[in-house]
Design a protein around this ligand. Structure first.
Ligand code: IPE
Ligand code: IPE
Ligand code: MG
Length: 260
């Protein structure tokens, strides 16, 4: 067990036996999560949907901490899609407020742990006070590199691709003959981030909901029925253990460790 996990993982628990199965030399570099099921969690308890979102922020805290301690380098969290504006105004407003509260509360934790925060998605429609807070924490953590937490906010995978095309068209000196997959990737919001190795979705839904469409081309997908507010370190460790049992072939007939 690595030293950061001691004390965090209690002896004799399922978490401990999962950690013992982990090969720390072949962890996914990047984990992306579709955090789904907050509404259903609340409904099961006859609570307003908003309470599900509130409970979900505790899962965010635990997953961030666990990734940091395990040694994951990139964690992308799908927190608000471009399509989520369709929801009732009050729910949308509460989602943004919860995010603002989270940033005000957790900024010190990010700094202390050398975590970096990065936002992907179109920023302009995000409420101004939330945007300010996001940009403050991004700036505050800009030079950290232990774990990069990428928050997908007002994010849509198709929009990201269209935005990349627009940027290419605007780039006057761009040599179109030189356009290949690698070059195209450099115009995406995620230009400085490796593709996700592992994509997790909670609440059992079997779809990608417009998330990182380009980047998940060869991600391993892990879906759990667990609702997001119930998602704990145990589930993340289960996903990691399962991931390490997979054979990643990238089209070849032999397993490869990594694509690049
Ligand atoms: C995920 O939970 C949170 C966001 C999309 C912001 P949902 O709110 O989608 O929960 P369900 O799918 O209705 O249960
Ligand atoms: C995906 O969840 C978006 C986020 C987790 C932020 P949704 O709940 O919006 O997805 P659909 O509508 O069920 O596909
Ligand atoms: Mg949902």
């Amino acid at each position: 067990m690595n030293e950061r996990l001691e004390g965090f993982i209690k002896p004799g628990t399922e978490e401990e036996s999962l950690v013992k199965q982990l090969d720390f030399s072949s962890l996914p570099r990047h984990i992306a999560v579709i955090m789904d099921g907050n509404g259903r969690w609340a409904k099961k308890r006859r609570l307003p949907r908003i309470e599900g979102h509130r409970a979900g922020s505790e899962s965010v805290r635990e997953v961030v901490e666990t990734c940091g301690r395990v040694g994951i380098k990139f964690l992308t969290l799908y927190a608000f899609s471009k399509e989520n504006w369709k929801r009732p105004k009050k729910e949308v407003a509460t989602l943004w407020r919860l995010l603002e509260d989270y940033l005000k509360r957790e900024d010190k934790v990010l700094v202390e742990n050398k975590f970096r925060l990065k936002i992907i998605g179109q920023r302009d429609p995000i409420p101004a006070s939330v945007r300010r807070e996001l940009e403050r924490v991004e700036e505050l953590t800009r030079n950290n590199d232990r774990l990069t937490i990428v928050l997908a906010l007002n994010y849509g995978g198709r929009t990201e691709i269209v935005d990349a095309v627009k940027r290419i068209l605007k780039d006057k000196g761009f040599e179109h003959d030189g356009l290949d997959e690698e070059k195209f990737s450099s115009f995406l919001y995620t230009s400085d981030i490796p593709d996700p190795d592992l994509l997790i979705r909670t609440s059992g839904e079997l779809r990608v909901s417009n998330f990182l469409l380009w980047q998940i081309a060869y991600s391993e997908i892990w879906i759990t029925k667990e609702l997001w507010p119930d998602f704990r370190k145990k589930h993340l460790l289960q996903a990691l253990v399962d991931y390490q049992k997979r054979e990643r072939r990238f089209g070849d007939i032999y397993p490869h460790k990594e694509r690049n």
